[in-house]
Design a protein around this ligand. Structure first.
Ligand code: PGA
Length: 250
């Protein structure tokens, strides 16, 4: 059985007091009895404070990005060794905003994923097609490419620390959610492609958690999670208010 995950991506939103308030609310309401696994990805500046509030809670604090190297000369970046000072062992890779606006390619994602997994970090790897790619019937070509390049050369034993997030770019922050059928079709395809990555990958594909992202809200999450291949949500807007975040978890 794949455990469901509700992950909140706070992006470059929220002030420190706002982030701390949501973290405190999550700490109070999420317990070891909570059925789903809960993750939050605050701004790098807020990681320390949020991780401190959530220490001792099952809620996982993760970083939105990191650089794939050990402590070294790399101005402006942060690395897993520094994150681990705060107990942070989960990192998002390849979010579409980074792909679109910061030039992050699937090859760069591959370098990060490999380095992070080898550093004992859990990775949430984001993939998804743009509206133009969907309209030109290229959704599956794009997803296949992002999977093949992003996951190239990763050993089967490392897949236990990997989560995939399928986030159609046209659904992110637009209020236009994919229908449960559209999402399920993409998730089933992604699972099948992971199963074809190497000999014996079918077992890995069966157990990997695949989250849906893109305008997930408390009122549409249940119909998405009802689909057999959708194992949770990566949520932007609706995770940035305590009430709606708790609504998603419920
Ligand atoms: P959204 O963002 O829920 O605001 O659409 C999702 C994401 O970008 O992870």
């Amino acid at each position: 059985m794949r455990r469901k995950i509700i992950a909140g991506n706070w992006k470059m939103n929220l002030t420190l007091p706002e982030a701390k308030a949501i973290a405190s609310g999550l700490k109070e309401k999420v317990s070891s009895q909570t059925a789903v696994e809960v993750m939050v990805f605050p701004s790098a500046l807020h990681l320390h404070a949020v991780a401190e509030i959530l220490s001792g809670s099952p809620v996982i604090t993760g970083a939105q990005n990191a650089y794939p190297a050990v402590l070294t000369a790399m101005t402006g970046e942060i690395c897993p060794a520094q994150l681990s000072d705060f107990g942070i062992k989960t990192i998002l890779v390849g979010h579409s905003e980074r792909r679109q606006f910061l030039g992050e390619t699937s090859e760069i994602c591959n370098e990060k994923i490999k380095f992070f997994l080898n550093s004992g970090v859990r990775v949430v790897y984001c993939i998804g097609e743009t509206l133009a790619e969907r309209e030109s019937q290229n959704t599956f070509t794009v997803l296949k490419d992002q999977i093949k390049k992003g996951l190239f050369g990763i050993e089967s034993a490392k897949f236990k620390d990997l989560v995939i997030a399928y986030e159609p770019v046209w659904a992110i922050g637009t209020g236009k959610v994919a229908t449960p059928e559209q999402a399920e079709e993409a998730h089933a395809f992604v699972r099948k492609e992971i199963g074809a990555l190497f000999v014996g990958a079918d077992k890995v594909a069966e157990s990997i958690q695949i989250l849906y992202g893109g305008s997930v809200k408390p009122d549409n999450i249940a119909s998405l999670l009802a689909k057999p291949n959708i194992d949770g949500g990566l949520v932007g807007g609706a995770s940035q208010k305590l009430d709606s975040f708790l609504g998603l978890i419920k």
